[in-house]
Design a binder for this molecule. Structure first.
Ligand SMILES: [Zn+2]
Length: 107
């Protein structure tokens, strides 16, 4: 029970449109949806390349990717009693939320 953070990951770049020099932080939000698409296998090759570059530079997003993919792998394999239903649901909602945002943005 070390961390009880309600939101996964990137605290500093979440929602805030920080316009410091460069667009590193702003682009984090964009990369989140790429991240989700990579994990669900819907990412395009050029997007994946961009994402990989970003993940190499952004620890927060890299951590988030690991959390997402670990969670998804577990969901996809054996029924794992170690996963609390709460965590399952939270992660699922987070992913669905990102996907929904993505769809809205594309329209
Ligand atoms: Zn980032």
């Amino acid at each position: 029970m070390r961390h009880s953070n309600k939101n996964i990951g990137c605290g500093s770049c979440k929602r805030k449109k920080v316009s410091t020099r460069g667009s590193q932080k702003e682009s984090c939000n964009e990369f989140r949806s790429l991240l989700v698409r990579k994990i669900v296998g819907e990412i395009l090759p050029h997007e994946k390349r961009e994402l990989d570059v970003h993940l190499a530079q952004c620890l927060l997003c890299a951590t988030e990717e690991r959390e997402f993919s670990t969670a998804l792998q577990r969901f996809g394999s054996l029924p794992d009693p170690e996963i609390p239903a709460e965590l399952y649901e939270k992660t699922r909602q987070t992913i669905l939320g990102y996907l929904r945002e993505e769809k809205i943005r594309q329209k």
